[in-house]
Design a protein around this ligand. Structure first.
Ligand code: MN3
Length: 191
């Protein structure tokens, strides 16, 4: 059973002007689709488990493509046309408990995203002992480190170069202020 590119949870232009339809057309329509196609080509017609099973059992190119399929699906769900700003309720309580304040969390998350050298991801995770901020390089992801992903930002250049050129910090600020889907974080926290 081949893996499929999951539908986007919003229209291609729904995140504009913060993330343009052109970025979505390339990032989702070409990059994410290519990871799905590459993974299916590597798996062939044989039996395999879930995407998570493949990720946890794979290395090399198989791991990179499987993890990037998962990472991007998760990332799209971390974005919302009406997102950004401060969380409320259980997410606010959890963040305040772990980081002291939302402002401190925001500073640390943005710094992790800005300082991930080269391609990769910044994450809010639950590692079993509480909420933490994590950086991963290339396709690497929290489940490989026994942590549960709650929020991510893609800091590969393909995520922001059309809209922000080299200004990764501006993309990160816009992600925090206009795009974070706190409902998705809340669902992960509760699940
Ligand atoms: Mn990407």
């Amino acid at each position: 059973m081949a893996f499929e590119l999951p539908p986007l949870p919003y229209a291609n232009d729904a995140l504009a002007p913060h993330i343009s339809a052109e970025t979505i057309e390339y990032h989702y329509g070409k990059h994410h689709q290519a990871y799905v196609n590459n993974l299916n080509n590597m798996l062939g017609d044989g039996e395999h488990g879930s995407l998570e099973d493949v990720i946890l059992g794979a290395s090399g190119g198989m791991f990179n493509n499987a993890a990037q399929v998962w990472n991007h699906t998760f990332y799209w769900n971390c974005l919302s046309p009406n997102g950004g700003g401060e969380p409320t309720g259980a997410v606010a309580e959890a963040i305040n408990g772990a980081f002291g304040s939302f402002a401190d969390f925001r500073t640390q998350f943005a710094q992790a995203a800005a300082t991930q050298f080269g391609s990769g991801w910044a994450w809010l995770v639950d590692d079993g002992s509480g909420l933490k901020i994590m950086q991963t390089a290339n396709a690497d992801l929290p489940m490989k480190h026994d942590a549960k992903a709650l929020l991510t930002i893609d800091v590969w250049e393909h995520a922001y170069y059309i809209d922000y050129r080299n200004a990764r910090p501006s993309y990160i600020d816009t992600f925090m202020d206009k795009l974070v889907n706190w409902d998705h974080v809340a669902a992960g926290l509760a699940g």
